[in-house]
Design a protein around this ligand. Sequence first.
Ligand code: NI
Length: 174
Amino acid sequence: MTIRKILTEPDPILRQKSQPVDKVDDEIRKLMDDMLETMYNAPGIGLAAIQVGVPKRIIVLDISKDPEKKEPMYFVNPEVVLTSKNDVTYEEGCLSVPGQFAEVDRPDSCIVKYLDYSGNYKELKAEGLLATCIQHEIDHLEGILFIDYLSKLKKSMIVKKLSKQKKELERIVV
Ligand code: NI
């Protein structure tokens, strides 16, 4: 497994719409293995393929709190088919928006259909944190980041801060 570079905002690739996967084969499984490794290393609890620069509709998640007991989840071509009317608020962050957090409202449960690691069709009813994470990651596949839900002012402040951080980082590359 290889740890891949995570793209950060502002990067136009993060705004690309990801394309469906035709077949879950070994190449796709290798990508999912790399994504999981990259996510654990970061560390984070969710990652979409576009965050490592691959515009395919794939997400990986592990919301288990115990680092000793890993519970990886793989979703290929995930699609939300139903959301609840009730919202829940979480303070969200994102590996592509490092160090920034903000409250986002999303439906508190959803039903998602997808293909699993073996390419089998699955349906899952997700609630609470899992529902929020799945919706956050599926947004990535549409080129949407959680900061897009914030006020214009708040979003531009965050993007400005990240642009400045990037420039400073580039300056020390020799
Ligand atoms: Ni994210």
